[in-house]
Design a protein. Structure first.
Length: 383
């Protein structure tokens, strides 16, 4: 059985994301890859921690908070699954006592997580367990919930959909995968009647949520290189739907956008790769590249609008928008706020001592960060 080997190698590659952006996986120390020191500057944005709530312990890739309405859904590796009020940080409910590999995904009615044994566990709107079903193998990507299904992406490159009400397997789609895959910030997206998933080998898929039929499949980038490590080109972060455009970014690959209203026609592609993902305000894409230079790309044609290299090699998280800033987290637990207009540094605040691996969450009240110690924090800004 290949799964245990793949699981081990995937775990190594999860660490390799940090290693490659630091001093290299197998090389001797190279000062070119040292994290940039923090510099002094005059803040132009006021940053305030509005609340902090402990939901469990630990943090890892695959654990990213999700907002539905006025409720944040989150989980921790220790087994805690929680619903938290956005305005106050108060716990609405907390459940779970099994070590988790990924979670949580929610549509507000059903919240799903996955245990380390590959068991998909679903809770109702009050936090009561309603069903559990076994996935084909381990799951390190948060479940996607909606369109009547709970979908998971397993480590053998299979996407499985379980009935949201009963947990019965509805469909399964599998694609061949490479020898190595990343464990980093990756998320599937629910769209009307569709599940959008990024895959290894730089591919995006749009799947009919009801039947599992693949409606469209396109390539962001092609694998290149002589070794398995060099050929890694997983789609990272969350695929972005902006009107008819579907955009994605891959590790060691590219950033590309496709027009789904025209059969998935490729609109543009740029040689800008990322280890964590990107976000958009509907006009621009914002992302840290492979060396953690933060870039803004025009959504219409992909041309670069600005770049900020002050955070070089600081192992930045997937970004989030907050007010007139774009926020990123780093390996020392700092949140950095950059101007959406020109990329200038506006403010920073330390929210924890460990790396911020979870993607930051944009909300109407500020940015939510899940720390490596299992805390949820809402950080707001004002001019």
């Amino acid at each position: 059985m290949r799964t245990p080997v793949r699981l081990f190698r995937a775990a190594v590659l999860g660490l390799a994301v940090a290693g490659l952006s630091g001093c290299g996986l197998f090389s001797t120390h190279d000062a070119r890859f040292d994290p940039a020191p923090l510099t002094d500057y005059s803040p132009t944005l006021s940053v305030t921690t509005r609340w902090s709530t402990s939901i469990g312990s630990g943090g890892d890739y695959g654990f990213e908070p999700q907002l539905v309405g006025e409720t944040i859904y989150a989980a921790t590796p220790s087994g805690a699954v929680a619903a938290v009020d956005l305005a106050s940080g108060a716990l609405r409910w907390r459940a779970g006592d099994e070590a988790l590999q990924s979670g949580a995904g929610s549509d507000g009615r059903t919240t799903a997580v996955v245990t380390r044994q590959g068991m998909v566990v679903a809770y109702d709107a009050q936090g009561k367990e309603i069903w559990r079903s076994q996935a084909a193998s381990a799951v390190s990507v948060p479940p996607a919930v909606g369109n009547g299904i709970v979908a998971v992406r397993t480590t053998d490159y299979r996407i499985q959909a379980f009935d949201e009400s009963t947990g019965k397997l509805r469909w399964s789609v599998q694609r061949p995968g490479p020898a190595l895959a990343l464990r980093t910030s990756i998320r599937m997206v629910m769209a009307p009647n569709l599940l959008i998933a990024g895959m290894p080998n730089g591919r995006l898929m749009a799947i009919d949520a009801a039947s599992g039929a693949v409606r469209w499949e396109g390539s962001i980038s092609a694998s290149r290189g002589a070794s398995d490590l060099e050929r890694i080109s997983d789609v990272v972060g969350e695929p972005l739907l902006v009107g008819p455009l579907l955009c994605g970014v891959s590790y060691q690959g590219r950033t590309s956008c496709f027009d789904l209203s025209q059969g998935g026609r490729a609109v543009w592609g740029q040689d800008v790769a990322s280890a964590s993902g990107m976000t958009t305000d509907g006009q621009r894409l914002y992302l840290p590249d492979m060396r953690d230079t933060v870039r803004a790309l025009d959504l219409r044609d992909g041309h670069e609008l600005w770049r900020q290299s002050a955070l070089l090699n600081r192992r930045l998280s997937a970004p989030a928008l907050v007010g007139r800033a774009v926020a990123v987290g780093d390996y020392q637990g700092y949140l950095h706020f950059l101007s959406r207009a020109d990329g200038s540094l506006m403010a920073r605040v330390q929210v924890g001592g460990g790396p911020i691996t979870s993607a930051l969450l944009t909300t109407p009240k500020g940015v939510v960060v899940q720390t490596s110690s299992g805390n949820l924090m809402l950080v707001g800004v004002s001019d």
